[in-house]
Design a protein around this ligand. Sequence first.
Ligand SMILES: [Zn+2]
Length: 72
Amino acid sequence: MAIRKRCPRCGGNLEVLRTFSHCSGCFYFEDYWSDPEIENLKALREAKEMISYNENEINSKEEAEQDEKDCA
Ligand SMILES: [Zn+2]
């Protein structure tokens, strides 16, 4: 089901859909990047990056400890 709004460019009928809206009069087009599915994907990717960063931190700490043991 489409919601109809006024087109900000030509004042005509703007057809608003779930992921984008468009105007049939002047071909004005809008994307909705705040779509919850896209936000979830972004949050997942950021969480994965944080986990891999923490793993690198732990590995470098273990290596440093081993070096100290070798010296002593
Ligand atoms: Zn328009």
